[in-house]
Design a protein. Structure first.
Length: 396
């Protein structure tokens, strides 16, 4: 009986697309008067002196505008640069156009809000019929035909990490291809500053040691990297051997409540309403999971992505709204500085404990009624939604 050789499995192939300043490019794609003109995008009130630049057009970058710069500084120093509000609908429409293009190449892809995309081309017709360089050229051509993107970088490799690094090195408008068989040599030649997911502290230490290339990091070995970079040395070692582990996130036991401000607010009372609203979210999450905490972290993020935080310690374990809201307002008062507009308010409760159901010996009748009311509200919100019951304590 004749036998037939098994067909060889096609090699893996990944493509990374890095669209720099995606919010600005999405606006220009659907608003023709903005094309080829210097403008910046802000997330909040463009008239406020505390609003910051969220994204820039290529022409604005050429004039010297940088991300995070106060909008008032842009208006004072660059009279030609227009200030435009961010349009999430246009960004969603642009992302949908990209999905339509990517579906022609592979069913497996992802697109982030910042315009970073990854496509898994393994075992697809494109990986069998086209060379990596041809894939990069065809993908760029199809994206530009579907969406008038001014500049983007594309990277192609058999390794997802190398594809991402190649796209980063090719920014803002180029293509990088790592040919099959050259992965190790190519990885060693990349700039160490291109490695993703590293903290600012690790990057500063890499620069202080003069480790300009990934090849220099490879030669140090795992033990040396862990000794000098601590817990982050494990991730750094994985990156140097071509593995991109997921970025560490908060443990599953942590509960987080966040409120994103869509405009600049200067009124102190309205800001405190937002804080109390965020505290109400956290209390609902705690009650729904039957948990309580004796501390939480208040994180305040400004429009230029600078974050400050403070830990509030409660006298006892609780999941009640009044004490948590009181301590959240105190933490906000101690943190807030009128530097730029506030981007988000975040309360993080780490390592919450199961609610033992014990009552305070000196608890008043009024406090007992408030607890009973809180349990009933949490039950309604669990059935319907959090917004189904609004507290008058934080209604504007």
């Amino acid at each position: 009986m004749p036998t037939f050789p098994r067909p060889s499995r096609p090699d893996a192939l990944y493509c990374a697309v890095d669209i720099t300043d995606f919010p600005a490019q999405a606006l220009a794609a659907y608003d023709a008067p903005l094309r080829a003109k210097p403008f910046v995008v802000t997330c909040q009130n463009a008239q406020s002196h505390k609003s910051a630049v969220w994204s820039c057009s290529r022409e604005a970058l050429a004039l010297g505008v940088v991300r995070g710069m106060p909008v008032a500084t842009v208006a004072r120093r660059f009279a030609r640069v227009a200030v435009v509000a961010r349009n999430k609908e246009m960004e969603s429409a642009a992302a949908e156009e990209l999905r339509q293009v990517f579906r022609r190449y592979s069913p497996q892809f992802d697109i982030s809000d910042s315009g970073k995309c990854r496509i898994d081309l393994s075992r697809t017709p494109a990986s069998r019929a086209m060379a990596p360089a041809a894939v990069a050229a065809a993908l760029r051509r199809d994206i530009v035909a579907a969406l008038p993107i001014a500049y983007m970088a594309v990277g192609v490799s058999r390794s997802p990490l190398l594809a991402q690094l190649a796209a980063r090195r090719a920014r803002p408008d180029g293509a990088g291809v790592c040919e099959p068989g050259d992965e190790l040599q190519a990885l060693a030649g990349f700039d160490s500053t291109l490695l993703p997911g590293l903290s600012a502290r690790a990057k500063d230490r890499i620069n202080a040691y003069g480790l300009s290339t990934i090849g220099q990091l490879i030669r140090l070995g795992k033990e040396t990297l862990v000794r000098h970079f601590g817990a982050e040395g494990e991730r750094l070692y994985a990156l140097t051997i071509g593995i991109c582990p997921p970025v560490a996130v908060a443990p599953a036991a942590a509960l987080c409540a966040e409120t994103i401000l869509d405009r600049d607010i200067n009124d102190w009372q309205r800001l405190h309403n937002k804080v109390r609203y965020t505290a109400d979210k956290l209390c609902f999450l705690l009650k729904r999971e039957n948990l309580c905490v004796n501390r939480f972290t208040f994180e305040l993020t400004y429009g230029d992505n600078k974050t400050v935080q403070r830990t509030a310690r409660l006298p006892d374990y609780t999941n009640e709204y009044l004490p948590i809201a009181e301590y959240a307002c105190k933490a906000f008062t101690g943190l807030y500085q009128r530097r730029v507009a506030i981007k988000s308010l975040r309360l993080v409760a780490r390592n919450p404990q199961a609610d033992p159901g014990q009552t305070n010996l000196f608890e008043t009748v009024w406090e007992q009624k408030q607890k009973a009311l809180g349990r009933q509200i949490a039950r309604v919100r669990t059935t319907l939604s959090f917004e189904s019951v609004k507290s008058a304590a934080h209604v504007e």
